[in-house]
Write a protein that binds this ligand. Structure first.
Ligand code: SF4
Length: 168
């Protein structure tokens, strides 16, 4: 199954909008930030199945991008989690959250498919930080990684310039 990341369209394998959280992306994913189609595997060893991410056209406002950038930094510090060693992953997810904030008024998780995004926002389960993250520190987008995660970097900071460059 596929799920799309916000209007910019980050697409990943996942279940339905109301199904339980998928397996942590760290065990499934593959990423890239080349052009409009993300398919690199910077974070993921060859041993694990690949997850493909896509980014379609659509740019969030700089204001929402900054709001979600700051939120991500603050929440990483608060939850004692870290960004991915591949900041391209972080940048794409932050951008997806910002786009949902613009289009839906809430930072709906950008890594899932939803039949009805408005209903999902109202339900709140997948508004970032989602329930799996709040309850179990499970972020299948790999935005917030616990220190023991193989793909966790040492950073809880990402600049607006980094996000813009990594998602250009
Ligand atoms: Fe998506 Fe949850 Fe991670 Fe936020 S914390 S990016 S909602 S998986």
């Amino acid at each position: 199954m596929l799920s799309s990341v916000a209007g910019m369209g980050l697409v990943a394998v996942s279940g339905s909008s109301t199904s339980p959280a998928p397996a942590p992306i760290s065990s499934l994913a593959s990423f890239s930030s080349h052009g409009n189609f993300l398919s690199s595997s910077l974070c993921v060893p060859d041993l694990v199945p690949k997850r493909t991410w896509k980014v379609r056209a659509g740019e969030p406002s700089e204001k929402s991008l900054e709001v979600m950038r700051k939120f991500s930094e603050q929440y990483a510090r608060r939850s004692d989690t870290f960004f991915c060693v591949d900041k391209g992953v972080t940048a794409v997810v932050v951008k997806g959250l910002a786009e949902h904030k613009d289009t839906l008024g809430a930072p709906l998780c950008p890594c899932r498919h939803y039949d009805d995004k408005v209903a999902e926002v109202q339900q709140g389960f997948w508004n970032c930080p989602c329930v799996p993250m709040r309850e179990r520190k499970e972020c299948h987008c790999m935005l917030f990684l616990t220190p023991e995660n193989d793909f966790a970097g040492e950073d809880q900071h990402i600049s607006l310039k980094e996000i813009q460059e990594l998602t250009a």
